[in-house]
Design a protein around this ligand. Structure first.
Ligand code: FES
Length: 113
């Protein structure tokens, strides 16, 4: 499991499966409300770990993991669905779950920068 060494606010850490990574990479980003490729949302060489802010980009509720129509997160407040890359796929949220700036300080530790 990944340990976050510094956190000023809550983050999600998702350990993605190979199948999730492939499915996320295969999405046509032009079809997304907030277009961003899967590869831009993870650190190079660490594709299995996705770190995102833990607040919905609609009004700030905390989405529930491993739920929703796209298997990522579902926000119970107004029904936004995020995929396993944290990208907004359905619902009122306007943008993806943001990925903070971070660096790996070891294979199991990251520092939010
Ligand atoms: Fe998440 Fe409104 S706060 S959908």
């Amino acid at each position: 499991q990944i340990k976050i060494l510094w956190r000023g606010k809550p983050y999600f850490v998702r350990n993605r499966t190979e199948a999730e990574i492939k499915a996320a990479a295969d999405v046509d980003v032009k079809s997304l409300r907030d277009p961003q490729p899967d590869s831009a949302r993870v650190k190079e060489g660490h594709a299995k770990w996705l770190i995102t802010a833990a607040n919905c980009t609609h009004l700030g509720c905390v989405p529930l993991g491993n739920q929703g129509d796209y298997g990522g997160w579902f926000c119970p407040c107004h029904g936004s669905h995020f995929d396993t890359s944290g990208r907004i796929r359905k619902g009122p949220a306007p943008t993806n779950l943001p990925v903070p700036q971070y660096t790996f300080v070891s294979d199991t530790r990251i520092r939010i920068t």
